[in-house]
Structure formats: C-alpha cells, structure tokens
Design a protein around this ligand. Structure first.
Ligand code: GLN
Length: 454
C-alpha cells in the first residue's frame, strides 16, 4: 500500500475511535496527507525510502511543532502556536515520518493518569472506564489502539514507562542526555527525557535511533555516537546477568503483577540469562525526593507563564494582578499544587531542610544503582505496582497517585535508561509491564533482553 493509503486508513481509524478514546488533543490530518503524498512521490520516482518514511506517528503535546498548537494540555497555552520546531519532531520530519496528531497528557506532564488534562481524560483502550496511565497517556493509548504506529512521550518520573505498562505497549526512557529536549516544554529539567512508544521492541529501537544524538541546542545533550539499535535485537541472553530488585516486590505490589513479572523472569532464565537477587535499599525514598525536586524545578520552569510571553492573558489594572489572574485561570489544580510545593521547598529557610536533603537522597539512590551494576548487566522489576485503575479513583487523593511512581522514579533520579515491556495480563484482561533498567547508555542491553523476551 502507498503511504497515502496507510495514512488515510489510520486517519479513518482515528475518526472512529476518538469519540471514545480521546488520545489526541489535535489531529493533523491535512499535514499528514501532505507528507504521505511526498513519500509516495519519492517512491514513484524510484527513490529509496527510509524505515520511518510514511509511518504514522503521534507526538505528545508538550513538544513544539512549528505552526501547530502545542498546549501541554493546559489552558494557559491553549492559543500557543510555536514559531519553531523541537529537535525530535524535526528529526522525524526529516526522516519522512507522518505526524497524525498531538496526543493528550496530564497538564504540563504532571500526573500519572492523564486525568489532569485541562481538556478531557484519555480512556484506556483495554477498558474505557479505566485510565491509560500518564502523563503520556495519549501517546500510549494511541499506539495501543493502533491510531498510529509509534509515538513520542516524555518521562520525568515514569511518564513513558507507566502508561506503556498500563496500555500493554513498549515504552522507553533513554539515558539522560541521549535525546535532545530542545523544544520540549520543560517540567523538571534535571529529569526530563523524551522517548519512544511502540508495539514491538524493534519499532522502539528504530524510533530511538531516529531521535537520539547530540544537539548543540540542548546543553545537557551527550556527545556520543548513536549505534543502529536494531543490531542488538538478538534472541539469546547467555552470558547476561540480570538482577531482580528485591525491594520492589514488597508491600503495595498487586499479587498478580508480582506473579506475572516473576514468570517473565523465569522465562529470561530459559533464554540463557543468569538471574540474581539485588538490593537497592534506598529505592523507597525515591518518591519523597522526587516530589521535592520535580516541583522545585517546575516552580522555576513555570515562572515563564506570565501572560506576557506565552498563551492567554487576563487583562487587569496592574501587572501583578494580570499575572495572578492569568495564572489563576490558566493553571489547573495539580499544577498549582506543584508550584506551591516547589516554591516552598526552595524558599530561604526551607531550602536546606527539603531541597538540599532531597538532592542528597538522590545521590544515595544513584549509589544503590552503581553498586548493583557492579554485579549485574540489567536490573528488572515491575513497572507499576498495579494495572490500570478506574478513572476518578485516585483524583481526590494526590498522594495515592504519587505512590504509583515508586519503581519508575529512581531511574530518572539516576539518569538511567528504563524500558517497560508487556509481560502478561491480570484476571480482568488488563496488561502488565515489566521494567528493565540499564546502566548509563546501555540501551543496547535493554533492547537485547526485551527483544529476546518478546
Ligand atoms: N507521575 C509523575 C508526576 O506526576 C511523573 C510524571 C512524568 O514523568 N512526567 O510527576
């Protein structure tokens, strides 16, 4: 089939599914068909095409797309049309990928269920009453429901891996600095990373290869060679040592999730891997440290929404009241909560007790990983302690939502690569994911293990 036919089919599917799913904040049908036509013209001219050419992709709506609104699912940016293109979307454009739309998220990527979107919640394709996870819930749902082939998300404390797990797709947070964040709307700059969602490990490897690499426009970007990640897709795991993080199998873990991940670990053994138990005793302080560090950075990053430079403006008689009125109507509840938390933690007198302390805990968590990686090549644990929960179930209790990030957050704090891979279903048919964690820049091993397992 031609690229135009494929794109048309996908757009038709989106039209049918969207009234129920709401994976997208905006569908870019016109631009998609235009790109597809260009690909077909290339094929007709006998030119060779790349792996991503003509492939429908979804982009989380916190990545700037020139001329196409980028809202971060926030009211404050509802009229924001970026004058420039993010590096990742530029790379996908150059690769000939067909962007079909901008996907829904928790406002400014703050949340774990996509219910914090200022526009609407996204449904989990496996059970519409349930959440797709978050914050990249739109991208995860769109890939799971085949509204696109692959998608991009961002992950600050689990926002790619957790929705991937809850929607039964592959999701990867790369090593901090591997993928440029130029044009990604900042949430917590020391943690944010962009990464791929896909239905297969191979697709994720191809997409990561397309978006990774040094970018002078991002000062945290790593100067490293990007390998062809598909070369690591081998069916054999002999010689590889995989460490099971003991602490993640404790209290709060759904027994079915535990059993399913344990079965997957048994299967890795039969593929040749040596399985050992490892301990990361400071892992459990990750959530507490994160919910100081991330809001602190967010409070600084979100200061730019001042009704002057971006987005909506609520006019008033003084500058200060223009700021406050605009921010009062522009930001949702969770975003306000984070700004207040972060401002408090950074204020004189509290800085040492909270922010500095959290940074020290961060170092200890990093040390736990360093010790573990002296003994093993890859770490494994569940991605999320539960499967997808019902919409509305946790919205009144932010702490219960924060606790879901237990296993994903330490990976961001340490800047490591982490991947969620589907590994089974619970009794209600809801997907379960396992998380593979690698040392810095060892995405190759994650792909190897995930591919062999898949
Ligand atoms: N759920 C976490 C939070 O609410 C993670 C979000 C993310 O990774 N963007 O902050």
């Amino acid at each position: 089939r031609s690229a135009t036919e494929i794109t048309t089919e996908v757009l038709e599917r989106i039209e049918v599914l969207e009234p129920k799913l709401h994976s997208f904040l905006r569908v870019t049908a016109e631009q998609a068909l235009e790109t597809a036509k260009k690909v077909d013209a290339k094929i007709a001219a006998g030119e060779e095409i790349g792996l991503l050419e003509g492939i429908p992709v979804g982009i989380k709506d916190n990545m700037c797309t020139q001329g196409i609104p980028t809202t971060c699912a926030s009211r404050i940016l509802e009229n924001f049309i970026p004058p420039y293109e993010s590096t990742v979307t530029q790379k996908l454009k150059d690769a000939g990928a067909v962007m079909v739309g901008k996907t829904n998220l928790d406002e400014f990527a703050m949340g774990g269920s996509t219910e914090n979107s200022a526009y609407y919640r996204t449904a989990n394709p496996w059970d519409l009453e349930r959440v797709p996870g978050g914050s990249s819930g739109g991208s995860a749902a769109a890939v799971a429901a085949e509204e696109c082939v692959v998608a991009l998300g961002s992950d600050t404390g689990g926002s790619i891996r957790q929705p991937a797990s809850l929607c039964g797709v592959v999701g990867l947070k790369p090593t901090y600095g591997l993928v440029s964040r130029f044009g990604l709307v900042a949430f917590a700059s020391s943690l944010d990373q962009i990464g791929p969602f896909a239905r297969t490990v191979e697709d994720a490897a191809i997409l990561l290869g397309a978006i990774a690499g040094y970018d002078p426009k991002d000062s945290t970007s790593l100067k490293v060679e990007i390998p062809n990640y598909t070369q690591f897709l081998k069916p054999d795991l002999s010689g590889l040592k995989i460490g099971v993080i003991q602490e993640t199998f404790g209290e709060g873990l759904d027994p079915t999730v535990a059993e399913t991940v344990n079965n997957a670990i048994e299967q890795l053994k039969t593929l040749g891997a040596e399985i050992v138990e490892v301990s990361c005793p400071r892992f459990r302080y990750g959530v507490s440290a994160y919910y100081i560090i991330a809001p602190s950075e967010a409070s600084a990053n979100l200061a730019r929404y001042d009704a002057v430079r971006y987005g909506i403006r609520e006019n008033s008689d003084t500058l200060l009241s223009m700021y406050t009125k605009t921010r009062a109507i522009g930001f949702g509840k969770e975003v306000k909560r984070r700004i207040m938390l972060g401002t408090y933690a950074l204020s004189a007198g509290y800085y040492d007790a909270y922010y500095l302390k959290a940074q020290k805990v961060r170092t200890l968590i990093k040390q736990d990983f360093e010790t573990a990686f002296e003994r093993v090549d890859v770490l494994i644990c569940p991605t999320s302690p539960t499967t997808a929960f019902k919409a509305g179930e946790k919205t009144e209790d932010p702490l219960s939502m924060y606790l879901l990030d237990l296993m994903t957050i330490p990976v961001n704090l340490a800047g490591l690569p982490g991947m969620s891979v589907p590994c089974g279903f619970d009794a209600q048919g809801l997907p379960i994911g396992m998380q593979l964690i690698g040392n810095v820049l060892r995405e190759d091993l994650l792909f190897q293990v995930a591919y062999a397992y898949e």
